[in-house]
Design a protein around this ligand. Structure first.
Ligand code: BGP
Length: 479
């Protein structure tokens, strides 16, 4: 028997993660088209839009849209990548904005200016030996595809996506080895606007249209896996899921079965299709109960079966505790899916429950179920940072959070989990996806930009910058 060592393997991909729409800015430059992220306002209004029916995907000229300028990575990528290199990053997770490559999504040829921009970014990363890890679609499909076709509900979108992935695989085949298809694909179950490209108008939309849209994404994802392997033979392409392990509130079997059902539905439904290559059996009952009958074309299921992903990328921020019957008071309101408050856990300023052991549990659950390499492609603490008079930022709370999560990964490696990398979320401050705020900061690098849009965009190294540099240089030994 091989004894698992309690240390990070050689070549472990340490780094940071971002998404184009949350940092690039330049939303009108280089012929870029309008994406879903470009029509989302900031602050409370964003939360309202994401949770209420009937969003129209229009830009209101009177309003402020934080993603339009982001942190201006579009013009400052050299400066930012130099800072990542100074921290010793081995990998940088970023996404390509679909709307830079196909501004409206349905053109027949790609936009050269958009392609050239990412060439420059990848070249800059390679200059420092940083491996790009690229998400193909991170919450930002072209708005034209939403308005004209109805987002992922429409099967035609698969063809447009195919055009897009073929263009980027061909163009970057010598520059990008690690890919991921849809960011947090399972988030479409709760936030269809960002993930599936449509707004729920009535309760029934949560069933037939939602799962038809998922089916189209699964077909598109397998098609992308196939194309990626054909065009870039030494590539690795993964799925990306939002994983929050579900705990039963207590040992009441009613709560245990409820937690199990929630976990299967939210954490495993998409991963089962993308990793195992087939719809899980538990979903059939759900489909039946909600009268969902998928329209499946000849060849769809074969494609899904034959072209499964090489690894699982996942985000981990919190665990979730569940109880079948819960009162309003018991709910853990900040969490992505509320559940009930866990009395053993503290929460972030946004109410996200902090649970490093939950990461070890997630890694064990995922590896036990799928036996493919895992990649933690998002994890971090959103917090308010204070800039001191001398310009320093003492973010010890962030260091504590990350340290405990990295320890948990090390334990999981000793448990036998095959973990290939860790890219902590928002390695440079950027726009929050759920709230559109700048003040919810995750970075090792502070960006002088505020919720009202003011700020010089100047970059500053936080205390965590120097800490993470040590972590990387010692391959996770010095925490
Ligand atoms: C994930 C998304 C990211 C990111 C992160 C933090 O769900 O993939 O895009 O933003 O969560 O969330 P937030 O920005 O809402 O704090």
């Amino acid at each position: 028997m091989v004894q698992n060592e309690k240390k990070f393997p050689e070549g472990f991909l340490w780094g940071g993660a971002t998404a184009a729409n949350q940092m690039e800015g330049g939303f009108h430059e280089g012929n870029k088209g309008i994406s879903i992220a470009d029509v989302l306002p900031g602050g409370k209004e964003r939360l309202h839009v994401l949770n209420q029916p009937g969003f129209n995907f229009e830009i209101d000229k009177e309003k402020y849209y934080p993603n339009h300028e982001g942190i201006d990575f579009y013009h400052r990528y050299k400066e930012d990548i130099a800072l990542f290199a100074e921290m010793g990053f081995k990998a940088f997770r970023m996404s390509i904005a679909w709307t830079r490559i196909f501004p409206n999504g349905d053109e027949s040829a790609p936009n050269e200016e958009g392609l050239a921009f990412y060439d420059r970014v990848f070249d800059e990363l390679h200059k420092y030996g940083i491996e790009p890890v690229v998400t193909i679609s991170h919450y930002e499909m072209p708005v034209n595809l939403v308005k004209k076709y109805g987002g992922w509900r429409n099967r035609k979108v698969i063809t447009f996506f195919e055009r897009y992935v073929n263009a980027i695989f061909k163009r970057y085949k010598n520059k990008v080895k690690y890919w991921m298809t849809f960011n947090e694909i399972n988030s479409g179950l709760i936030m269809p606007i960002m993930g599936l490209g449509f707004s729920i108008q009535k309760e029934e939309d949560r069933y037939q249209p939602t799962f038809q849209a998922f089916h189209h994404q699964f077909v598109a994802s397998s098609m992308a896996v196939k194309a990626c392997h054909e065009i870039i033979p030494d590539s690795k392409i993964g799925c990306m899921i939002l994983f929050a392990p579900v705990y039963a509130y207590d040992c009441n079997p009613e709560n245990v079965i409820y937690a199990l059902q929630e976990e299967s539905f939210f954490n495993y439904f998409c991963a089962d299709v993308q990793v195992r290559g087939e719809y899980p059996t538990f979903i059939n009952r759900y489909f039946k109960e909600h009268k969902i009958e998928l329209e499946i074309h000849d060849g769809d299921l074969e494609l899904i079966r034959e072209h499964t992903v090489d690894y699982i990328g996942f985000s981990y921020y919190m665990s979730r505790t569940e109880k079948k019957e819960k009162t309003e008071q018991e709910k853990a309101h900040g969490n992505i899916i509320p559940g009930v408050k866990n009395p053993f856990l503290k929460a972030s300023d946004w109410g996200w429950e902090i649970d490093p052991i939950g990461l070890r549990i997630s890694l064990n659950k995922l590896y036990g179920r799928y036996r493919v390499p895992l990649f933690v492609v998002e994890n971090g603490l959103g917090a308010y940072d204070q800039v001191e008079e001398d310009g320093s930022i003492h973010d010890d709370y962030r260091i504590d959070y990350l340290r405990e999560h990295i320890k948990a990964m090390r334990e999981a490696i000793a448990d036998g989990v095959d973990l290939i990398g860790y890219t902590s979320w928002g390695c440079i401050d950027l726009v929050s996806a759920s709230t559109g705020e700048f003040s919810k900061r995750y970075g090792f690098i502070y960006v002088d930009k505020h919720d009202d849009g003011s700020g010089t965009l100047e970059r500053r190294k936080k205390k965590s910058f120097f800490w993470y540099k040590e972590v990387i240089v010692t391959n996770g030994e010095k925490l």
